[in-house]
Design a protein around this ligand. Structure first.
Ligand code: BES
Ligand code: ZN
Length: 608
């Protein structure tokens, strides 16, 4: 059975020609270079201008270019003929799909070298958030930013929106004079705030890594190649919180080779940013909810930095293969954390991730617990779970433990070098492993590898990480519950990680009186750590502990990170006595949420 599976895997390898989440005909014609010229109109909440695409034709008969688009208004399409003349071209928009947008088809009389598309975006663009000045941190100036992963670049640029192909770009962005524009690119041409900004991205990247933000931003350097862009309110706090970024870069380059992108800066976004972080090249986008004041949540920076190798350099070729981005990145993240903050903290973080994965595994269909998940016909964003992240990481940790770091570290370094600036899929990775790593079945057998790669759930060779620290927390929790004596909890020596583990055990064991006791002693409803607060609110809701509700509502008014917000609304909506309150709250909070958070919560509260 396993041999048959292996044969199937090896002989079906082929050049990938399509991506189920893209309309584009990239196998026939592609656009290796893109030029953007856009103006940000905050009154209309739109970007307008043009994109120019340099075209590479791969088949002699092709005369049509198919791009992805979503809620774009196409004004005019011009093509440049071989003699250099610009001609108007005919174009049409395909049928609208709620998850994929629309195909934009452009007809050419011959294989032109360039096409230029004049267009504007819609205020509802799924990949942009427009914030009024009241919604910014400083409340003086408006803010806008993009979030293109997974398939939202098409909502602000008509292009081939697939991670299977790459492009370089340059851009000119015009903004109101008081604002600064930044992109995940070389920002160095912009020394003054003058409303006219130029960018260059000389390394080829997939479309989902194109990123833009505009706001009342200031910059502070952390080292000669790292720094922070933020609104004033966050700038110094962020610089202090993330002061280990340079060291993280040194650790990662020692393990995996030179940092290929030049600078590594951080951009702190408003709290409505729907993710923890986004690995836009040269400029990771970061939620302010990880600025906890004690560096307890900085593994997020290690994670986004790690994507500089896994994801940005070697890229999953479709969203089904997301584990090649996120699983590898979680593995590298944990290696960075181990070097910078010590093995104990890295172990606790691994153990917490396994708990998150186990919770997800309980709820998922078996087919969604495979490393390679079939998201055809689904919005890839909504199908994301802990599986590609944590199961992917655990697979690499399994290999690391069996082969030892002396073998596994150079293997991974060579993998990043061999496939730099290329797209990757599991079959290709397996072929590479067979060639360069899997040469002794006594160390790791093919059957063991195939079980991780192609079977649901956790593999039989998984060894759960276990720490004494969490064992002690469990013992203290049991003692407190037996004696009712809070001093059994030795919280003085607890880090955020101990607290998070503690919270994870609570729902199954406590009653309301005990929650009250905890809240009074440790002010958990008021926790300034967003992870702890969310974990606490989840327990409070599960037990219907009412005193936490005002703080929960305040939290949901301020924070729009999907990982926190969506499960909390989910829990609220499951309790009839909270549902109406949740709907009323959401009505107030919704305008401040990102379109992706809005559509996820709309679904939870059945508003569409
Ligand atoms: N690339 C992801 C964010 C992402 C994933 C955006 C899928 C859109 C679709 C980013 O690197 C990430 O994984 N962020 C995590 C944080 C991380 C520490 C697990 C997040 O946002 O929570
Ligand atoms: Zn990631």
């Amino acid at each position: 059975m396993r041999v048959v599976m292996l044969l199937l895997v090896l002989c079906c390898a082929k050049v990938q020609a399509s991506d189920p989440h893209s309309f584009s005909n990239f196998a026939l014609v592609s656009h290796p270079e893109l030029t953007l010229d856009l103006t940000a109109d905050f009154d209309k909440q739109q970007l307008h201008g043009f994109v120019e695409l340099k075209l590479d034709w791969h088949h002699p008969d092709t005369r049509q270019l198919v791009l992805d688009s979503r809620d774009l208004s196409i004004e005019k399409v011009l093509g440049q003929s071989a003699e250099g003349r610009w001609l108007k071209l005919t174009h049409s928009l395909g049928e609208k799909s709620p998850t994929h947008g629309q195909a934009l088809r452009i007809e050419f009389p011959a294989q032109f070298a360039k096409v230029r598309i004049y267009y504007h975006t819609s205020p509802q663009a799924s990949g942009l958030q427009w914030l009024s000045k009241e919604q910014s941190s400083e409340k003086q100036q408006p803010f806008m930013y993009s979030q293109s992963q997974s398939i939202h670049a098409r909502s602000w640029i008509p292009l081939q929106d697939t991670p299977a192909v790459r492009l370089t770009y340059q851009a000119r962005i015009r903004t109101p004079k008081e604002l600064l524009a930044v992109m995940g690119a070389d920002n160095s041409a912009n020394s003054d705030k003058d409303g006219d900004y130029f960018f260059r991205m000389p390394q080829a990247i997939p479309a989902y890594l194109i990123a833009l933000a505009i706001g009342d931003l200031e910059f502070k350097a952390m080292s000669d190649r790292t720094g922070v862009y933020a609104e004033k309110a966050w700038l110094d706090k962020a610089v202090a919180e993330f002061s280990d970024t340079e060291q993280m870069m040194q650790v990662a380059t020692a393990l995996y080779g030179d940092y290929p992108w030049g600078r590594y800066d951080l951009l702190i976004l408003p709290a409505s940013f729907p993710f923890g972080g986004m690995e836009n090249p040269r400029l990771s986008f970061i939620t302010p909810t990880v600025i906890a004041g004690d560096k307890s949540l900085v593994s997020l920076i290690a994670h986004e930095l790690a994507h500089s190798w896994s994801g940005n350099l070697v890229t999953n070729d479709s969203w089904h293969e997301l584990w090649l981005n996120e699983g590898f990145t979680n593995y590298v993240e944990n290696r960075i954390m181990e070097q910078v903050f010590g093995p104990e903290r890295a172990l606790l973080e691994r153990q917490l991730s396994v708990q998150d994965l186990e919770n997800d595994l309980l709820q998922l269909d078996a087919k969604d617990t495979l490393l390679i998940t079939d998201y055809t016909g689904r919005d890839p964003d909504e199908a994301f779970t802990q599986v590609p992240y944590i199961k992917g990481m655990l697979f690499l940790q399994f290999l690391e433990q069996r082969f030892g770091r002396a073998v596994f570290d150079p293997f991974l370094k060579n993998y990043f070098q061999t496939f730099a600036f290329q797209s990757m899929n599991t079959e290709k990775f397996l072929r590479y492993m067979r060639k360069t790593l899997l040469n002794d079945p006594d160390i790791v057998s093919m059957g063991e590898v195939l079980e991780w790669l192609y079977q649901p759930g956790l593999a039989s060779t998984f060894v759960a990480p276990a720490s004494d620290a969490f064992k002690q927390v469990d013992q203290q929790l049991a003692l407190w519950q037996k004696t009712g004596n809070l001093t059994e909890l030795q919280t003085n020596s607890w880090s955020i990680h101990h607290w998070l583990h503690f919270m994870g055990q609570l729902a199954a064991t406590v009653d309301i009186a005990q929650l009250k006791q905890l809240d009074e002693a440790f002010h958990l409803s008021q926790s300034q750590n967003a992870e702890v607060a969310t974990a606490w609110f989840k327990v409070a809701l599960a037990k219907n502990y009412q005193p936490a509700l005002p703080a929960l509502e305040q939290f949901l008014m301020q924070v729009g990170r999907r990982k926190f917000v969506v499960p909390l609304y989910q829990q609220l909506s499951q309790q009839p006595e909270h549902l109406e309150r949740a709907k009323a709250l959401y009505q107030k909070a919704r305008p401040g949420y990102h379109p992706l958070t809005q559509s996820a919560v709309d679904k939870v509260l059945k508003l569409n």
